[in-house]
Design a protein around this ligand. Structure first.
Ligand SMILES: Nc1ncnc2c1ncn2[C@@H]1O[C@H](COP(=O)(O)OP(=O)(O)OP(=O)(O)O)[C@@H](O)[C@H]1O
Ligand SMILES: [Mg+2]
Length: 504
């Protein structure tokens, strides 16, 4: 069996397929269906993941790391503990994955521990962020069967559950740290993503931060106390948990009281729903722009949308539902649990992959699109300046292939320099460089030999380079180094480093 893991910014969820072929959520060792994506480094070989780690952020903030997903794909980011050990985002995510799989095995009590997983990824993640997630799974010692975009996993679950035959579904996914909107067309057993758009570093944890910032300013004005000072660190850390609870309670209540206790004063801060909605409104406007753009990119209008599905804990905020209803003229459906649907979709996707492998005819076909354009750095013949030449446009159905033909400029040309880019703009400074590589050519090619470089985007939206030289019947995949990701050697070293860690 393949486990489905929703590796979230703030909470992670794991799902499996039960004996009736239905996806179910794993209850973790703490008895919860969701696990905070928080890691506490107890010492150099012992790590606690989840609720206890979240609680420890108050007493030992220097050794607790949260929301690491927002740093995936940042080559230079390291979390340094109080005992001087540093950890990359891949290792920290790997430790969360280890906890999820260990708890799943404990819960299921399987004789041979399960090790094969499908991991979900925000649709708007870049090549670097996707690669970092795959590397986290490798570091955790897991067999990553495939990744699937979070909204697509949600749509798969919904399509299977609702038995919808023909529909356009809009998935609005606002979680703890990412936002995606995806338009999906379901036709019988075919699930086709039509378009997707997103924003990074938005969501629930930023609402918590904003609430805490307001309280911080209020306390500073009233008491001339800076809660960010070392002496108030525990009060300050605890405020984040209180802000989150208050935010959640505002779904049902008009106001929430947040107590602040220090040695010097006791205060109660009142947060009204109207105050909170002001915080949400700023972000909502940005998501609304994405929704409109995704609908236009899918080539449909609001009237063509049959279902709106809310995914991610932050989509529970009533203001968001009201605004979306007003925008789209259709009320979102409440048929799925926004916290669990992605993990269940991932488990179902694992089941589909196994069915496909077994040649079963009930497998659904699922196609996704790329969320960012892929190109190369090219020379503008007129200005002689380098620019970003897009070769695969965003929202192209995956897998996608494009061919870049060259002629060798000299006898026995040894290499071709190539920069692979990701992004929508023409200026190279406005896009991401995935790789700056030298493609080594086989020896003794005559001048003017046709060389074809193929850029392939696989179904997980990862870039591959193929080199083809028809004249000498040469075709091989060219393995290139990604600027923002770990090398194979680094991954191997890190896998060894955490293999003996005690993760609970
Ligand atoms: N009723 C609610 N009202 C407001 N926010 C909520 C509610 N329930 C949960 N949240 C928030 O939703 C977020 C968690 O949602 P979810 O688990 O879907 O995100 P995630 O998977 O961790 O993040 P991402 O998908 O962005 O990586 C948290 O910030 C949590 O505080
Ligand atoms: Mg999520």
């Amino acid at each position: 069996m393949i486990l489905g893991i929703d590796l979230g910014t703030t909470y992670s969820v794991c799902s499996y397929i039960d004996e009736n072929g239905e996806p179910q959520i794993i209850t973790n060792m703490e008895g919860q269906r969701t696990t905070p994506s928080v890691v506490y480094f107890e010492n150099e070989s012992s790590v606690i993941v989840g609720q206890t780690a979240k609680e420890n952020s108050i007493c030992c903030p220097a050794d607790v790391v949260s929301a690491i997903k927002n740093h995936m794909g940042e080559k230079d980011y390291q979390f340094v503990t109080s005992f001087g050990q540093s950890y990359t985002p891949e290792v920290i995510s790997g430790l969360i994955l280890r906890k999820m799989v260990t708890d799943a095995n404990q819960f299921l009590g399987t004789e041979t521990p399960l090790n094969r997983v499908v991991i979900t990824i925000p649709a708007y993640f870049t090549d670097a962020e996707r690669t970092a997630t795959e590397n986290a799974a490798r570091i955790a010692g897991l067999e990553l069967v495939r990744t699937i975009n979070e909204p697509t996993a949600a749509a798969l679950y919904y399509a299977v559950k609702s038995k919808l035959e023909h529909a356009n579904i809009l998935i609005y996914d606002l979680g703890g740290g990412t936002f995606d909107v995806t338009l999906i067309r379901v036709d019988g057993s075919e699930i086709n993503v039509k378009s997707t758009k997103g924003i990074k570093n938005v969501g629930g944890r930023f609402f918590d931060e904003e609430i805490v910032a307001q309280i911080h300013d209020y306390i500073e004005d009233e008491y001339d106390v800076d809660l960010e000072d070392e002496e108030y660190l525990d009060v300050y850390q605890e405020l984040f948990n209180r802000a989150e609870k208050a935010k959640i309670s505002l779904c049902r209540q008009e106001k929430a009281i947040i107590p602040i206790r220090t040695g010097e004063f006791k205060e109660s801060y009142t947060l009204t729903r109207a105050d909170f909605e002001k915080i949400v409104a700023k972000l909502y406007k940005r998501t609304e722009y994405c929704v409109k753009s995704a609908i236009a990119d899918a080539g449909i209008t609001n009237a063509d949308i049959d279902k709106v599905i809310l995914v991610g804990g932050s989509s529970r905020i009533p203001y968001i539902e009201q605004q979306l209803t007003a925008l789209l003229g259709i009320a979102p459906s409440h048929e799925v649990n926004p916290d669990e649907v992605v993990a269940m979709g991932a488990a179902l996707f694992g089941k589909q992959l196994e069915a496909e492998r077994a040649g079963s005819s009930d497998a659904r076909t699922i196609s996704d699109v790329c969320s960012h354009s892929i190109g190369v750095s090219a020379l503008d013949e007129l200005t002689l300046r380098k620019y970003n030449r897009i070769l695969i446009k965003r929202n192209t159905t995956l897998p996608a292939v494009t061919c870049l033909p060259f002629r060798t400029a000299s006898e026995n040309q040894e290499k071709i320099e190539l920069s692979v880019t990701e992004g929508e703009f023409k200026e190279l400074c406005d896009v991401r460089i995935i790789s700056e590589t030298e493609i080594i050519l086989p020896p003794n090619l005559p001048k003017g030999t046709r060389v074809e470089i193929e850029l392939r985007l696989d179904t997980s939206q990862l870039v591959h380079l193929w080199l083809r030289i028809p004249a000498v019947n040469y075709e091989t995949e060219f393995k290139f180094k990604r600027i923002s990701n770990l090398s194979d050697q680094e991954i191997e070293k890190l896998t060894g480093l955490i293999a003996d860690y005690d993760v609970s």
